[in-house]
Design a protein around this ligand. Structure first.
Ligand SMILES: [Zn+2]
Length: 67
């Protein structure tokens, strides 16, 4: 039985231009949540991507209630 949901979230990386031969990648303001079931938020504000990620995960997995 195949795994139905493999959730991935990736953070946008911005390459900062530089004049002296150095380049730096820094986290951008966007993120993208994808799942093997077909979910794909596209590049969207990171907070929103994370909300979708969490909502998708809790929808498909039972929550563990700790006393
Ligand atoms: Zn899924």
């Amino acid at each position: 039985m195949a795994t139905a949901h493999v959730l991935t979230i990736e953070r946008e990386a911005l390459e900062l231009p530089s004049e002296d031969g150095w380049a730096m990648h820094v986290p951008g303001p966007h993120a993208r949540a994808t799942c093997s079931c077909g979910l794909d938020t596209g590049w969207t504000p990171a907070a929103r991507a994370h909300r979708t990620f969490d909502a998708h995960r809790s929808r498909h997995h039972h929550k563990v209630n700790t006393p």
